[in-house]
Structure formats: C-alpha cells, structure tokens
Design a protein around this ligand. Structure first.
Ligand code: HEC
Ligand code: HEC
Length: 258
C-alpha cells in the first residue's frame, strides 16, 4: 500500500467511525413525554412536598376539610385540564372567586381560621410550555378510571395492580430514570420510543411475558445497553393471568391511538 492510499484509508476509517458515533448519539437522544417532563417540574416546584411523592397524598393539613392535602392519584376534584391549570396559576380554580383578582387567603380576623397549608399561586414561576407539561403530569396521576373508555379500564387497573406504573410512570405515560440504559430512562408506553421497541402485538406480548424481545436480543448494541441498565423490564410470564395480559395489551394499544 502506498503512503497516500494508507492516509486515505485512515481518514476514511476515522470519518466512518465519527459518523457511526454521531448516529448513535442521535439515536440515544432523549425524547421524553410531557408527563416525564411534568414529573421533574413537580419535584422542582415543590408540588410533591405537599401532594406527596407521586402525587399520592398523605401530607397532613390539620383544620382542612379532609385533614390532609388532597392526593391527585385516584381522581381530582378539578374538572379537567383547564381547571388544573387554574389551580396551578392562581392557587384556586376560577369558579371559586369573583372579579379579576384571586382572593388573598389568610384573611386577618376571618371567622374561619385558614388551614396551615394552602395551595400557592405559581403564576410567573413557570412558562407556558412548562405549565402544559405540569398539567399533563397532574392529569395523568389524577386519571379517574371511570373517565377511561370502558375497554381500556381493565388494563389500566391491571397495570396499576401489577406495579407497572411504578417504573413506567402514571398511566404508563412517564418513566423512571434508568442509569446505563440506552436513553437514560424507562420508556413511556405512549412515547416516541415505543415505536422502536414494539413493532407489533407479538412483540408487545413478548416484552410483558419475557421482559425482552428476540429482535433486540439479536442486535449487539441493543443487547449491550439492555444488559448494563440498572432497571430491567421484568418477565411476567409465570406470574400473570391470561386475562390481565389481554387487558394490558388493549390498554397500551388504546394509549397509542389517543
Ligand atoms: C404548600 C403546599 C402546596 C404546594 C407546594 C402545592 N400545593 Fe396544590 N394544593 C395544596 C392544598 C392545601 C390544596 C387544596 C386547596 C383547597 O382545597 O382549597 C391544593 C390543591 C391542588 C389541586 C386541586 C386538587 C384537586 O383534587 O382538584 C391541584 C391540581 C394542585 N393543588 C396542584 C399543585 C401543583 C401542580 C403544585 C406545584 C406546582 C402544587 N399543587 C403545589 C397545597 C399545595
Ligand atoms: C422494574 C421496572 C419495570 C417494571 C415494574 C415494568 N417495566 Fe416494562 N420496561 C422496563 C424497562 C427498563 C424497559 C425497557 C427495556 C429495555 O430497553 O431493555 C421496559 C419496557 C417495556 C415495554 C416495551 C417498551 C415500551 O415502552 O412499550 C413494555 C410494553 C413494557 N415494558 C410493559 C410493562 C408492563 C405491562 C408492566 C407491568 C406488568 C411493566 N412493563 C413493568 C421496566 C419495567
């Protein structure tokens, strides 16, 4: 080999290696869902200090009607996303006050003493995109089962009972972080990563039953990340009822179509 063609081969090799690394970085870019971003905001803004980890409640508020700060999980009082938005911005939904200015809460000398903890108004503390993400997260945690289409309910309940939401986030729409994984987090069922991980119903069932699928097992890069990630998709094959599996598939397919 001449010196010139050697140099050419080396620079070609370097270019190819760089392109491959660039391609891998592009594939690994995180594509989080609104619910994932909203969960991070809920921590950052202190929401979960009052509403409890995961919005599950349990924080005392002596003197309030329920003696606790309301949980979001299991259904909100707020009627829909518009009202969640108002709660966050003003600390009260619009229908609870008249005029243009939300009422100050601790009124000196009021007949009824206010409970020690009140919902703070966050207006001015987050931008429009953040507000949208936070509302999506609160709405996902506060999903009332009755509000789902009938066909999707059994799967939602099965996922909740089987512990799927602990890893895949509220309603399967978020995802815990996962050190060493390909994207850095556990994929949401309605997120953009699902399309790459699940091509058809056969693969969906295989994920749940075996915790893996043959297509990715055969791919050395995928296999590398799957082995080294801290949290693994569990294999539920031996511990799941046939009915629950069918219901989970229906629920996940419903989420994808929404
Ligand atoms: C200092 C404690 C505190 C913090 C922090 C807090 N909240 Fe609240 N929140 C409350 C209390 C108390 C209520 C109930 C108020 C009432 O019923 O008048 C409430 C009510 C709500 C409701 C209505 C609940 C329902 O069932 O409809 C929503 C939604 C809500 N908060 C969202 C949030 C979000 C999102 C954040 C963070 C941006 C947040 N809260 C931060 C105390 C807090
Ligand atoms: C311990 C955490 C954990 C639990 C619990 C868990 N998963 Fe997973 N799941 C994962 C991880 C991690 C992946 C990504 C797998 C990979 O890339 O190797 C995954 C991937 C998946 C996928 C394919 C990717 C996607 O987003 O669609 C499906 C479907 C899935 N899980 C369904 C379920 C169901 C249904 C349950 C409950 C019966 C469940 N998971 C419980 C961690 C978990």
């Amino acid at each position: 080999m001449t010196r010139r063609s050697l140099r050419l081969a080396v620079s070609l090799g370097t270019a190819l290696a760089l392109a491959a690394l660039g391609g891998l970085a592009w594939l690994r870019r995180p594509r989080e869902t609104a619910v994932m971003r909203g969960e991070r905001l809920a921590w950052r803004l202190g929401c979960l200090g009052c509403h409890g980890p995961g919005g599950r409640g349990g924080v005392a508020n002596p003197g309030s009607a329920d003696l606790e700060i309301p949980a979001w999980e299991g259904g909100l009082h707020a009627g829909g996303e518009g009202e969640i938005r108002e709660w966050i911005l003003y600390g009260l939904p619009r229908r609870r006050w008249e005029g243009d200015v939300p009422p100050a809460r601790a009124v000196e000398g009021a007949a009824q003493p206010a409970p020690p903890l009140a919902m703070p108004p966050y207006e001015g503390r987050l931008d429009e995109a953040e507000l949208g993400d936070l509302v999506a997260y609160v709405a996902a945690v506060g999903q009332a089962v009755e509000a789902l289409p009938e066909a999707a309910r059994a799967g939602y309940l099965a996922a909740s009972r089987l512990g799927c939401f602990g890893c895949h986030g509220p309603g399967g729409r978020g995802g815990a972080s996962n050190p060493g994984s390909f994207k850095g987090y556990i994929p949401a069922w309605d997120g953009p990563d699902h399309g790459e991980l699940v091509l058809d119903e056969g693969e969906l069932r295989a994920w749940i039953l075996d915790g893996r699928i043959p297509r990715l097992e055969a791919n050395p890069v995928a296999r590398y990340f799957m082995r080294r990630q801290a949290l693994q998709m569990p294999a539920y094959g031996k511990s799941i009822e046939e009915d629950d599996l069918d219901a989970l598939v229906v629920y996940i397919q419903y989420l994808r179509r929404r």
